[in-house]
Write a protein that binds this ligand. Structure first.
Ligand SMILES: NC(=O)c1ccc[n+]([C@@H]2O[C@H](COP(=O)([O-])OP(=O)(O)OC[C@H]3O[C@@H](n4cnc5c(N)ncnc54)[C@H](OP(=O)(O)O)[C@@H]3O)[C@@H](O)[C@H]2O)c1
Length: 301
């Protein structure tokens, strides 16, 4: 083992006790030491979490600490905040986050990963692209609403077997290479579906039935294809075909962005459409439909 390399006996810290944070805390606590990092403030040293899947519920006790009260360095850390909070949440850990910590980033989109790579150049950083579905109906309760798969790959530093840990916890997971391709593949679908569901206040499948929404989706797809091709990504199908297939498969779902909009929460728009627009500018490709959509939703927020 190299000096300072995290040992498997180091606890796994989970930053952010939201839907994905509680899902991972409850699934991984039976197989490894877990410490849940909550917002700064006073927290009892342990909390009783409830994991619900279908009719089954389980109580799991997990250690927890406020982000301002960590006693030990967090050498293995899974970042489970929203994309727009991730960098600030890591920075608030200060000296309790070793420069060469091992991080797994669970965020949707692609902007927070780039910010964290730039801010922590010595950290061993992996990113995940997950299709698990979870929500948190109460502060210490998580519903595992839909089983999916979590694809994990290295962005920087040494390889760590995060996928094995998730599998031990009963979550389907695999190591993939390159993870950026998987993040971009999810981003192109999210960029076509999520903002439009907010604009039309509709379920995923309705985008296929409303002619105006479907036409917008097609324009967004052509622009996304051009931007991602200019950035070096190659896909076997078009963004429009892929998004239509996902919208049909998840026809009754309310997208995560529409759930956030309806709950009055900030949207992960910068991580998805904002990132695509950054790529468009960097590579000199026009993306007027994405820009107009971004401006409309940003103005709404
Ligand atoms: N939910 C899913 O099924 C799912 C599936 C795949 C991917 N994802 C992605 O995973 C990420 C997290 O999603 P989520 O649904 O779990 O979001 P969420 O329910 O909003 O959870 C985020 C949590 O982070 C906490 N947080 C924010 N800043 C913090 C800080 N500085 N210190 C400590 N905690 C902090 C928030 O605290 P407060 O509650 O106090 O704001 C919240 O509990 C997103 O990028 C999402 O797109 C989610």
């Amino acid at each position: 083992m190299l000096p300072n390399e995290p040992e498997m006996s180091d606890p796994v810290y989970i930053l952010g006790g939201g839907s994905i944070g509680l899902l991972l805390a409850t699934r991984l606590a039976p197989v490894t030491d877990i410490v849940l990092i909550r917002r700064p403030g006073q927290h009892p040293p342990r909390c009783q979490l409830t994991l619900q899947e279908g009719e089954l519920t389980r109580q799991i006790a997990v250690a927890q600490v406020g982000a301002d009260a960590l006693a030990e360095p967090a050498r293995r850390l899974i970042v489970c905040t929203k994309a727009y909070d991730a960098l600030a949440a890591l920075r608030q850990l200060g000296a309790r986050l070793p420069a060469d910590a091992s991080l797994l980033l669970m965020q949707n989109g692609m902007s927070s990963q780039e910010e964290i790579l730039a801010a922590f150049p010595q950290a061993h950083i992996h990113a995940a692209s997950s299709t698990e579905g979870a929500y948190r109906p109460a502060p210490n309760r998580v519903v595992h609403a839909g089983r999916g798969i979590t694809r994990i790959g290295r962005l920087q530093g040494q390889e760590q077997d995060w996928a094995k840990l998730l599998c031990q916890g009963g979550l389907a997971s695999e190591t993939v290479e390159p993870i950026r391709w998987h993040l971009a593949n999810k981003l192109r679908v999210n960029a076509l579906i999520n903002p439009l569901t907010v604009l039309h206040d509709c379920r995923n499948g309705e985008l296929l039935e409303q002619p105006a929404a479907r036409a917008a989706m097609q324009r967004l797809g052509e622009e996304a294809d051009a931007v991602l091709a200019a950035a070096g990504y190659r896909f076997a199908d078009s963004a429009f075909d892929q998004a239509c297939a996902v919208a049909a498969r998840t026809a009754d779902n309310i997208s995560s962005m529409l759930q956030d909009a309806r709950a009055g929460r900030r949207l992960e728009l910068d991580a998805i459409t904002g990132y695509l627009l950054q790529l468009a500018e960097r590579h000199g490709v026009a993306a007027p439909t994405h820009r107009a959509l971004y401006q409309r939703l940003a103005a709404r927020a």
